[in-house]
Every structure is written in C-alpha cells, then in structure tokens.
Design a protein around this ligand. Structure first.
Ligand code: NDP
Ligand code: GDR
Length: 372
C-alpha cells in the first residue's frame, strides 16, 4: 500500500470514476476537481463519497474548472500531489464542432494551466503528470495500425485542441525536466460511458427496444471503424505510465477494429436478436431477422435503426486501429477484456437500468426517458 496523493481532473467522468476506484484500492489519497453544476453531477463517484466531517478522508472533491488558472494553482498548492491525472475535457468530438473555442480553452489551454501551475509552484521534481491524449490525434488515416511514431492529422476542433495539449506536455517535459507523459488512448467504453457516445447510445437503445420501451433509434456513420477497449483496462495503464523510471508517451489500444454497424449487430445479438441491414449511406436501415430469446420477442421485419445524416460529422475519422507494442513489451500491459466481454458488460448493465426505469414508469414515477 502507498501513501501517495493523486489529483484527478475530470473525476466525475467515466475514466475519472474508474481511476479513483483503482487508486483508492492502492491506498492513494485521491483529490478530484469537479465543476459546479445546477444539479448533481457526481453519479459515477457517489459510492466513493466520504462525509466531509470525517477526519483523515482519502477521497476529497474540490470545485474548479479547467478554464480557471487561479483555481488550479491554488488547488495544486493546497494538495501538493505526487501525481496529477489530467482527464478533464470537453470530450465529445461532434459537439466540439459546435463549441470549438471553449473546447480549445478547456482541452488545450487547460492542459497548459496544469503544467504551468506545477512549474510556478516549484513542484517539477515532486509531481508527475499524466495527460489524457487520444487516438483522435491520428485523425485522417496516414498509417495503419497507428503507433507512437505515426504522424498526427486531427480532424476536429477536439482533435486539434488535444494536439496542442499533447505537444505542450512534451514541451514542458523537455524544457523543465518535468515527469509529464501522454497516454494516447484509443476509444474505451464501459457501462458508465457517457450516453451520447456511440457505443452507449447503441446499448441503451438496444435494451430499450428489446424491452418494448422504444420503437427505433438513429445513428450517423455506420462504416466508421474504431479500436474499442474496456475503460477498466485503460485506467490501469494510466497509473502504470507514471510508475516507470522515464517519462514517455504511450499508445494504448487493443489492436482490433470494428465497424459501428457491427457493434450494433453484437449488441442486439446479446438479447438474442439477429438484424438484417438494407440500403446504403443515409438510406441504410436495420430490421429484425430472428428473435431466439423468449424474453425479447419483436415482430420479424420490424425496423429498429435508421441513419440520420444530422449525426454525420463535417470531417470524420474513418479508421482507427492502434499498435500498443511498446506498452505491451516495455510495461507488460495487456487488455483483460475482449470486445465481446465489453458488449456483454454494457448490455447487461443497460438491460438492468432500463428494467428499473420501466418499473418506475409502471409505478407512475416520473423518469427521464430520452437521450439523443
Ligand atoms: P468524460 O466526458 O466521461 O469526462 C470528462 C470529464 O471532464 C468530466 O468529469 C467533466 O465534468 C470534466 N470536464 C469537462 N470540462 C471541464 C472543465 N472545463 N473543467 C473541469 N472539468 C471539466 O470523458 P472520459 O472519462 O471518457 O475521458 C477522460 C479523458 O480522456 C478526456 O480528456 C477525454 O478527452 C480523453 N480520452 C477519452 C477516451 C475515451 O475513449 N473515453 C479516449 C482517449 C482520450 P462533468 O462531469 O461536469 O461534465
Ligand atoms: P469518438 O467517439 O468520436 O471516436 O471519440 P464516438 O462514440 O462519439 O463516435 C465513434 C464513431 O461513431 C460514429 N457514429 C456516431 N457517434 C455518435 N456519438 N453518435 C451517433 O449517433 C453516431 N453514429 C455514428 C462517429 O461518427 C464516429 O466515427 C471518442 C471520445 O471519447 C473522445 O473523447 C476520445 O478522444 C476518442 O473516442 C478516442
């Protein structure tokens, strides 16, 4: 067990929640940055909450924002962290086309604010920094599979902001001899993935349709290919990156890629429903072909999915497939979850969640039942 202190920005997000659990189990004292919100935004970490009146708490939340330098400097001074995991970001690629300036500020300059706070406070020797970099840096296909040496060509305001964050992390490492590393993580998902990312949108909709709570749903580009892993495997790697002797940048990926269309097929297969896809491009639709599970019976031929071009992106990233040989060989990192395990985990969780929602609805309790 360790007595180290970690500071996690983005602690209320998918990765922040899993990383907190992971570090607490290792004996860390975990501090997290949360945004002020008009309603509760701590669902994913409520099970870790500790009453502020308890002495010697090891899980402590602080209000703050990546766009507020003075707040970040004050918190880092107070916390004196051994490790900072900079996970906070406006992380939705499509939304970044709508709020590009804010995305640049939070995701790009936000990273600079963390690095510079550590420098200004003279913590360069004490504090190690993990930067949440992304496969979106690779963007337009230059090379397959993508590794630490593949050139970057980001395709969204999000990708471009993260490219600034990547290089400013490298620059502070080289200029000030700081232990600052980029984890270039490919897509990773889980039952607590944000509801508007494609995998979770699919598993939620599949569960609702199978349970007769929704008629059909809409997606954008079904041909996009992603290298999807499980978030639990990936947060372990974030920690490993900061435990080695030398600060470096690392690609983390499964090395396998899957089309969005096939993720849909796999999700429906989990509830015993086989789909048939017909049509092309914006006219493509999916219909029920067979239902083998007596619990989930839908009419054969029922349309469950259509393409809505509003989900097409102005510039798309068509194909991501990562080469994590460096992490595999130098750190001994291996994925414990296959894609089929991930789909199963997400579907089981969403079926349970939707059954609960249906139960509440049947009991006439008001529930929220629509996510885009
Ligand atoms: P989420 O979207 O689930 O979480 C993002 C977190 O950042 C939330 O806690 C959010 O707070 C917080 N946040 C957003 N804007 C600000 C801000 N201005 N100030 C303070 N906090 C803010 O993302 P993930 O957990 O999936 O990803 C974690 C990080 O890893 C992100 O930086 C993401 O870009 C990156 N990444 C993710 C990958 C993935 O596949 N999941 C792959 C590669 C990189 P709130 O809850 O209040 O919204
Ligand atoms: P991505 O994830 O953009 O790769 O970024 P997302 O799940 O949003 O999209 C993956 C692919 O699916 C296509 N797609 C749709 N996407 C969404 N969200 N909604 C749809 O209806 C839909 N239909 C098709 C997209 O066009 C895309 O090709 C995620 C985020 O977590 C980033 O923060 C992270 O950096 C990268 O993964 C790695």
């Amino acid at each position: 067990m360790t007595t180290k202190t970690a500071f996690i920005t983005g602690i209320t997000g998918q990765d922040g929640a899993y990383l907190s659990e992971f570090l607490l189990k290792k004996g860390y004292k975990v501090h997290g940055l949360k945004r002020r919100s008009s309603s509760f935004n701590t669902d994913r970490i409520d099970h870790l909450y500790q009453d502020p009146h308890i002495e010697n708490r090891n899980f402590i939340l602080h209000y703050g924002d990546m766009t507020d330098s003075t707040n970040l400097i004050r918190l880092i001074q107070e916390i004196q962290p051994d490790e900072i995991y900079n996970l906070a970001a406006m992380s939705h690629v499509q939304v970044s086309f709508e709020i590009p300036e804010y995305t640049g500020n939070a995701d790009g300059l936000g990273t600079l604010r963390i690095l510079d706070a550590v420098r200004l406070l003279g913590l360069e020797k004490k504090t190690k920094i993990y930067q949440a970099s992304t496969s979106e840096l690779f963007g337009k296909v230059q090379e397959v599979p993508q590794s630490e040496t593949t050139p970057f060509y980001p395709r969204s305001p999000y990708g471009v902001a993260k490219m600034y964050a990547y290089w400013i992390t490298v620059n502070y490492r080289e200029a000030y001899n700081m232990f600052a590393c980029n984890g270039i993580l490919f897509n990773h998902e889980s039952p607590i993935r944000g509801e508007t990312f494609v995998t979770r949108k699919i598993t939620r909709a599949t569960a609702r349709i199978a349970l007769g709570m929704q008629d059909k749903f809409y997606l954008g580009n079904l041909d996009a290919q992603r290298d999807w892993g499980h978030a639990k495997d990936y947060v372990r790697m974030m920690w490993m990156i900061l435990q080695v002797d030398e600060a470096e940048d690392w690609v983390i990926a499964t090395g396998k890629t899957t089309r969005v269309r096939d993720f849909v097929r796999m999700s429906f297969a989990e509830v015993g429903i086989e789909l048939e896809f017909k049509g092309k491009g914006s006219d493509e639709k999916a219909y029920v072909k067979t239902c083998i599970d007596p619990e989930y019976q839908l009419p054969i031929g029922k349309e469950v999915l259509a393409v809505d071009p509003k989900y097409f992106r102005p510039t798309e990233v068509d194909l991501l497939i990562g080469d994590a040989t460096k992490a595999n060989t130098k750190l001994g990192w291996k994925c414990q979850y296959e894609l089929s395990d991930l789909v199963k985990d997400m579907m089981e969780s969403d079926i349970q969640l939707m059954k609960k929602e249906r139960y509440l609805k049947d009991g006439d309790y008001k529930t929220m039942n629509y996510f885009e």
